[in-house]
Design a protein around this ligand. Structure first.
Ligand code: LLP
Length: 428
């Protein structure tokens, strides 16, 4: 019996073979080999516009800062820039890549944590707005230079996220400043003659529910009001961070943009007026939302092994290529790209070539009968996929292909064995 799988754009079932943004993934795998990340330019643009439109309909002054850490491929950065995105950066490396892909310094915000003095010097030289994460960072920065724009990362004491590693606010968090400390930081900055200000929070990552944003934005705005009234600061922007989730599991719902607009953006506008905060930009910093479902990972089945307790499908991508399942226990849909019409027949673990038992892309997953040579597609890997990959076990990193202006284009070549040693020096 042929089955029809529920696929979301840009995935398509054409006679039992998976197509991605109009191209046969089988042909892509034959041409570029596996493991291969395939990215859809169109999907990134659609995601950006859907989000931007939903926000701007409810408040006129919106900035979308793309969180480069999710996927810092230069072409991805460039595409988002061409849509009008700003850039959220966390390291000199990301600032450097932002500059290289055409973001001017005034379109970037640096939000670091545990930042070195030479990094602060780099930011000052680059003239990038700095969002400080501690009084220590602020004091050290002001000894180097007065930044063009200064923001303070607030811990609004409400955090959320798909995993404890990804909750970045709340009582136990290393991030941000608590209310009273934030007031002191702004006073320090004002005394040092900083002229332009923002205020920031980022409560976590992979949040599907809007409720935590409602509470945290309320708190952030109440702190902004105090800073405004007590320190005498006008805010150019109020940045409420990223974290908007995407559905990974079949039962997950889409992030409800309409609810976000009505429960967060609407009240934001109301409070900003009520508190006399002027017309600050409302900034958001999505990474995952913009790029996650715009990419799949193609991987070939090397080995099928049956033990008394399990069937293992051994593929050529492991946690060196996609670490999220191992690191957070994350679920990524896996489909057999050359057998879309075949019904699920058995339960398997999809495992990689890394010599650790935690190396599994999927556990106890219902799949059709899988054979060696089959091509699997792991979905929703555009965010924190390639960017978290490594050379562990001395495996060169994967290639990235983008479907761009109607054709596939290699946007990152596959690493070769030489790349494993390029920065090593042989001892005498
Ligand atoms: N802004 C700041 C200051 C951040 O630290 C982050 C993510 C973002 C924005 C973007 O968050 P997003 O919209 O992508 O959720 N590696 C984890 C996610 C870690 C996120 C860290 N910070 C994962 O694979 O789920």
């Amino acid at each position: 019996m042929m089955v029809k799988r529920k696929l979301r754009e840009p995935l398509e079932d054409r006679k039992g073979t998976l197509f991605f943004d109009g191209f046969s993934v089988k042909e892509l795998a034959e041409k570029y080999d596996t493991p291969l990340y395939v990215v859809s330019e169109k999907r990134i643009r659609d995601n950006y516009n859907r989000l931007h439109d939903a926000l701007i309909r409810n408040y006129k002054y919106i900035r979308v800062y793309y969180a480069a850490k999710a996927n810092s491929n230069l072409t991805v950065l460039k595409i988002l820039k061409s849509e009008g995105a700003y850039l959220d950066t966390v390291s000199p490396g990301e600032v450097f890549m932002g500059l290289t892909s055409g973001y001017t310094p005034d379109r970037m915000l640096f939000t670091g944590t545990s930042v070195r003095n030479d990094e602060l010097k780099f930011l000052a030289d680059a003239n990038v707005a700095v969002n400080v994460d501690s009084q220590s960072e602020l004091d050290r920065l002001l000894k180097i230079a007065v930044p063009p724009v200064l923001s303070v990362r607030i811990n609004p004491e409400i955090g959320a996220g798909h995993h404890t590693h990804c909750i970045t606010a709340g009582p136990d968090s290393k991030f941000g400043l608590m209310e009273e400390d934030a007031l002191k930081a702004y006073a320090t900055a004002k005394k040092a003659r900083v002229e332009r200000f923002g205020i920031h929070m980022h409560i976590g990552s992979g949040i599907l529910d809007v409720e935590p944003y409602v509470l945290a934005v309320e708190k952030l705005l109440s702190i902004a009001k105090r800073v405004h009234d007590e320190v005498g600061i006008e805010f150019e922007f109020i940045d409420i961070g990223g974290g908007f989730g995407v559905p990974y599991k079949p039962e997950d719902q889409e992030f409800d943009l309409a609810a976000f607009a009505s429960k967060v953006v609407g009240p934001f506008k109301g409070k900003v007026t009520e508190y006399g905060l002027g017309k600050p930009f409302l900034c958001v910093e999505p990474g995952r939302y913009l790029v996650c479902d715009a990419s799949i990972l193609l991987t070939t089945v090397n080995t099928v092994k049956v033990t008394p307790s399990k069937k293992f499908v051994g593929v050529d991508a492991g946690f060196n290529t996609l670490v999220r399942p191992t690191m957070y226990g994350s679920y990524h849909p896996v489909i057999v790209a050359n057998k879309l019409g075949a019904a699920d027949k058995e339960t398997c673990d999809v495992v990689g070539p890394i010599c650790e038992s935690g190396d599994a892309l999927a556990k106890d997953r219902a799949l059709p009968l899988v054979a060696e040579g089959d091509l699997l597609a792991v979905l929703n890997v555009g965010a924190y996929g390639f960017s978290m990959s490594s050379q562990y076990n001395a495996r060169p990193r994967a290639a990235e292909v983008m479907i761009r202006q109607g054709k596939p284009m290699l946007v990152r070549k596959r690493e070769q064995l030489d790349d494993l040693m390029s920065s090593q020096r042989m001892a005498e």
